[in-house]
Design a protein around this ligand. Structure first.
Ligand SMILES: Cc1ncc(COP(=O)(O)O)c(C=O)c1O
Length: 484
């Protein structure tokens, strides 16, 4: 592709994206209907030996790629969490790809590091972080960095904490082996912490002690507040910035980077002492110019616009919560403060799972489940950038009309003592192959869950394992499902 062809194709691609966004709600169903392996039959097994015309490639997008897309920007998408996206952010990534730099040290592209430091200070101030976390604080040791994901942030912080703890223990036992001291380390986290904490502890080989949260699922305690030495939040979720953009700040950047500094000669430069080199702040050496997209987003929306975006989502979540509370068949299961409402029918887990299956099967909405304690709940997340009250009302109408159906059928079935036969069987047509669908199969497909063995399920609901709002994947076993 030469420059003129790129100019042409690039404009077409921008048009394609704009049309996609504008017509998404009316032209596409929110979830994908494909079966595992669908693409294998559509794409050759071998890479093409000869170059293909761009038009051929472009025509495959609608034919082969779009069928396999779950549309995260769709107004009927209420699953997981918002996937940050906005035109200024897309332009930021486009320019980053366009200049094609790798920012592993200040010298490798000075602006890549400098803009990141400035934008992280902007955002840190905007969210009210204490001054010690900002690099612009006179005489301070703090600073922010962008990583690819929250999981990476947790991991590098645990690596830093591990190095510091071993160093401290070595003061008293200078001859002890690191491995010997490592066996004595324990990390603490909330039972409600994301499962990436468990993963980080596994990688770091540090034992994890899980602390019970309060009745609102919050971890409390003055001590935790006092000792917080880092903070992480994902603009690629709820700040209109495309993945990847996970921002984190530390109180003491010198202590933080100690575990990760390596300094080969080809990466040294004359300004080492004056600038931040982010190669010491994470696992990869190569770094993308991510700061551009966040810089574009903050400037294009202004802090005022970003606040309004978040407040709108919080308002709409409250609206949804009020619908749930006003309907005596349902209950709200979380303290609704942000954009997420956890709710369920005041019935057992199986019936709630049935509700979720049918909602997703209807193709009118996409919602995922979770567990709170042993209760199977539905998570309703406000996601679309320009979500409106009508979207929330629409979703509630879909949910309540399906709930009425499920309740009516289950009551009828309970009377006839035929509940297991009815659940999952109604309104589910035969599969393309003509076989009669089984409850398990359908429920897995449309609750976006998978079966777990009894011991994994037990481990899952026990206090020894972490769960989070987006990855718990449970099919309730009949024997587990008392009248929860
Ligand atoms: C609270 C919390 N922490 C961590 C993560 C993991 O994020 P990432 O996908 O950026 O690693 C998530 C993802 O949903 C989350 O909600």
């Amino acid at each position: 592709m030469n420059t003129d062809e790129f100019r042409q194709a690039g404009k077409e691609m921008v048009d394609y994206i704009c049309d996609y966004m504008e017509t998404l709600a009316v032209k596409r169903r929110v979830t994908s209907a494909v079966k595992p392996g669908y693409l294998k039959n559509m794409i050759p097994e071998e890479a093409p030996e000869r170059p293909e015309p761009w038009d051929n490639i472009m025509s495959d997008i609608e034919a082969k790629i779009m069928p396999g897309i779950t549309h995260w920007q769709h107004p009927r998408f209420h699953a997981y969490f918002p996937s940050g996206n906005s035109y200024p952010s897309i332009l930021g990534d486009l320019l980053s790809d366009g200049v094609g730099i790798i920012g592993f040290s200040w010298a490798s592209s000075p602006v890549c590091q400098e803009l990141e430091t400035i934008v992280l200070d902007w955002l840190g101030k905007a969210i009210g972080l204490p001054d010690e976390f900002l690099s612009c604080t006179q005489g301070g040791k703090g600073g922010g960095v962008m990583q690819g994901s929250a999981s990476e942030c947790i991991l590098v912080n645990m690596l830093a904490a591990r190095a510091e703890a071993i160093k401290r223990l070595k003061k008293d036992e200078p001859k002890a082996e690191d491995g010997h001291l490592l066996a004595r380390l324990v990390a603490y986290c909330s039972q409600e912490a994301h499962s990436c904490v468990e993963k980080a502890a596994k990688i770091c080989m540090v034992k994890l002690r899980i602390i019970e949260p309060d009745e609102k699922s919050s971890l409390r305690g003055e001590q935790l507040r006092q000792y917080a030495s880092s903070f992480n939040t994902n603009p690629n979720k709820w700040l209109l910035t495309n993945f990847d953009c996970s921002t984190m700040w530390v109180r003491d950047r010198f202590k933080f980077t100690e575990a990760m500094v390596v300094d080969p000669i080809y990466l040294q430069h004359n300004h080492d002492s004056q600038v931040i080199d982010y190669r010491h702040w994470g696992i990869p050496l190569s770094r993308r110019f991510r700061a551009l997209k966040l810089w574009f987003v903050i400037r294009s929306y202004g802090l005022e616009g970003l606040r309004e975006y978040i407040r709108n989502h919080c308002r709409l979540a409250k609206k949804f919560e009020s619908y749930v509370r006003d309907d005596r068949r349902f209950e709200v299961c979380n303290d609704v403060k942000l954009g997420l409402v956890c709710f369920r029918l005041k019935r057992n887990n199986k019936i709630n799972q049935e509700l979720l299956v049918r909602i997703n099967y209807s193709e009118k909405l996409f919602i995922i489940p979770s567990l709170i304690g042993k209760k199977y709940i539905l998570r309703f997340c406000v996601v679309a950038e320009r979500a409106t009250e009508e979207d929330i009302k629409y979703a509630w109408d879909v949910i309540t009309s399906i709930a009425a159906e499920v309740l009516e059928e289950s009551e009828r079935a309970e009377k006839a003592n035929k509940l297991p036969e009815i659940l999952g069987a109604a309104k589910v047509p035969p599969t393309a192959a003509g076989d009669k669908p089984l409850f398990q199969h359908i429920s897995q497909q449309f609750s976006f869950t998978k079966s777990l063995s009894r011991d994994v399920y037990q481990r899952y609901i026990s206090k020894k394992s972490l769960h989070d709002g987006v990855s718990p994947i449970v099919v309730v076993d009949e024997e587990e499902d008392q009248e929860n």
